[in-house]
Design a binder for this molecule. Structure first.
Ligand SMILES: *Cc1c(COP(=O)(O)O)cnc(C)c1O
Ligand code: SF4
Length: 445
């Protein structure tokens, strides 16, 4: 099948769109002024259940939903569209709304950015000792856009290229100078949106014997879910699989960090075939997803998804708590709800599936896992711990926060037992002051 993208400008050509009411189509027109909208012919034809599109998780994962916008923003844009307001004026207003939704102006993006000889390496992030993140400039888009995605400023050009790299020479030099790096993680967008020839330019230098400290090459990708033909039918699919084989034959570990939000993404013949081909190269596929209202906030869905993943020889890795996206209120669950989904799903599956860790917030000080809610003496508390820390010393030390039914993120929490600060806070403040403009935003999803 040939890839065909549908966006705001041409989605009305999707044959199944006639299932929708005029009102629903208008809502898409309104919301897609603010949030980027992109889907493709595979998602349309193979993943969405059009007979039940209103509640279909894959429909909601790709098609803008009215609830994603604040009421007042919806009203304002809807009025502009109804009264045929000129494009430039709508665009200008949309930009203002973007700025409100995205509190991180582009100036603040320069975080966790490594330096070499005083030169900043844009397109790289180095937060945890062992793992270097790479945002290849040609991989900063996706085969379809997830409605919940916090990377949307990247897609609409608000923060664009500042965060992407083409500089493989500097990458190699940096890795050479930092022998503690064992993992290189390609992320985006979706690095597998790149043509194989482009990807090769990033991967080949990593296989050089001079940087044998790189033992794992990770690829963060949604391609298996959104465009499995990348591995089976695209013109350069064989060359892509050949690169994977080369990595493995060099004695390196190739780890797919595959995003799957719902078991329906794992149900088609196409995805099963794609998984088989990737695994046949010697790659390992790990899986991760946020827990999302409307899409997968049921323990049964997660239990089913974990079991399905294991049956397909995938290794469950992370359940994330969605971060502050533009449409946060629509997709977010509370920390307690996230824990509840995790716990109940975990209870339903065998130990083989329990390689998943979560629910996890990828937050400024590190990756923080919600271990649970409990009562200690008379106080109801959250028990938390770092799975990754800006300071490795923080990892695996349990800590406590006051129970808060509504809390959705680490920053909503206060220390328990009358403490003034969490144990890591003073050090974190020091990091802030010493680091350049070390404000967290572009973190791992
Ligand atoms: C999550 C993350 C990683 C990878 O962490 P692992 O626990 O090793 O999977 C690396 N860098 C950043 C910035 C991250 O957020
Ligand atoms: S969640 Fe991943 S695949 Fe989805 S839009 Fe964001 S970066 Fe792309």
């Amino acid at each position: 099948m040939k890839y065909k993208a549908y966006t705001r400008s041409n989605y009305k050509q999707i044959p199944q769109i006639t299932n929708l009411t005029e009102k629903e189509i208008f809502d898409i027109d309104v919301v897609s002024i603010i949030f980027p909208f992109k889907t493709n012919n595979y998602v349309i034809e193979r993943l969405i259940d059009w007979a039940n599109y209103k509640t279909d998780p894959l429909f909601m994962l790709n098609f803008p939903q009215k609830g994603m916008l604040k009421k007042e923003h919806y009203q304002e844009i809807a009025t502009m569209l109804r009264t045929n307001t000129p494009q430039e004026i709508i665009k200008k207003r949309a930009n203002e709304i973007h700025m409100q939704l995205n509190p991180h102006t582009s100036g603040q993006l320069e975080l966790n950015i490594p330096q070499i000889n005083g030169k900043k390496l844009f397109g790289f992030q180095h937060k945890y000792k062992q793992t270097l993140l790479i945002f290849p400039s040609h991989g900063q888009t996706c085969h379809a856009y997830c409605t919940f995605c916090f990377r949307w400023p990247q897609f609409i050009g608000v923060d664009e290229l500042k965060f992407a790299t083409q500089e493989t020479e500097l990458m190699v030099e940096y890795i050479k100078n930092n022998p503690q790096i064992t993992d290189v993680l390609f992320t985006g967008g979706d690095p597998l949106i790149m043509k194989t020839s482009k990807l090769r330019q990033y991967i080949e230098p990593l296989l050089d014997d001079s940087i044998s400290n790189v033992q794992t090459i990770r690829i963060g990708t949604k391609s298996l879910a959104f465009w499995p033909y990348r591995f089976t039918k695209d013109d350069d699919n064989q060359e892509l699989l050949d690169i994977f084989r080369t990595i493995v034959s060099k004695g390196r570990n190739l780890a797919f960090m595959a995003h799957f939000c719902h078991p329906n993404e794992l149900a088609t013949e196409e995805v099963k075939e794609a998984i088989k081909r990737v695994l046949s190269t010697g790659a390992i596929i790990r899986t991760q997803s946020p827990v999302l209202k409307h899409i997968n906030d049921q323990p049964e869905i997660w239990a089913n998804m974990l079991r399905t993943q294991i049956n397909l020889n995938l290794i469950p890795y992370y359940m994330f708590i969605p971060r502050d996206t533009g449409a946060k209120d629509y997709f977010s669950v509370s920390l307690e709800e996230a824990w509840d989904v995790f716990r109940k799903a975990y209870q339903k599956v065998s130990g083989i599936c329990r390689t998943i860790r979560g629910p996890v917030m990828s937050a400024t000080p590190g990756k923080v896992q919600v271990l649970g809610v409990t009562k200690i003496k008379e106080e109801k508390v959250f028990v938390l711990r770092f799975i990754q820390g800006r300071n490795p010393d923080w990892v695996c030390k349990p800590f406590f926060a006051k129970y808060d039914k509504k809390a959705q993120w680490l920053t909503d929490l206060e220390p328990a037992f009358g403490a003034k600060k969490f144990f890591f806070e003073s050090q974190l403040e020091k990091f802030y002051h010493s680091a350049i403009e070390d404000i967290e935003y572009y973190d791992f999803e």
